[in-house]
Design a protein around this ligand. Structure first.
Ligand code: SF4
Length: 125
């Protein structure tokens, strides 16, 4: 239950690189790759707003992958289907927290066999 492809932050643009729920807002990846990664000031999560398009940008984002202290920058986004691979229900999480952040999530929401909300499973890790 720790697969980052399910945890991808909803604002990431589709592509190889993305920020997952492990982000703790340390700023390292944004410092490394300001052309590609920025902060969602509502939540404190980083997200990839533009996939790297040249070797310098790729190297900058890979620096974030290597340097992130929480493995919050993922580089396997080219190995799954963004439209079909499920994602956590971030809207439900924020609603439960009383936060009015809302995302338009087009991918299917992750289903748990236990019927427990995903955030309870996540918190129990
Ligand atoms: S380096 Fe990791 S923890 Fe720090 S802002 Fe980026 S994704 Fe978040």
């Amino acid at each position: 239950m720790n697969e980052s492809r399910f945890q991808r932050y909803p604002l990431n643009v589709v592509g190889k690189f993305y920020i997952n729920a492990q982000c703790t807002d340390c700023d390292l990846c944004r410092e490394c790759a300001p052309n590609n990664i920025r902060r969602d000031d509502r939540s404190g999560y980083s997200y990839v707003f533009k996939q790297p398009t040249n070797p310098d940008e790729v190297a900058a984002v890979e620096k974030g992958v290597a340097g992130c202290p929480t493995e919050g920058v993922s580089n396997d986004g080219d190995q799954f289907d963004w439209a079909k691979t499920p994602i956590y229900d971030w809207n439900a999480l924020y609603k439960k927290q009383g936060n009015d952040i809302h995302f338009e999530i087009r991918a299917p929401l992750i289903k748990e066999k236990t019927n427990r909300p995903w955030w309870k499973i996540w918190q129990a890790r």
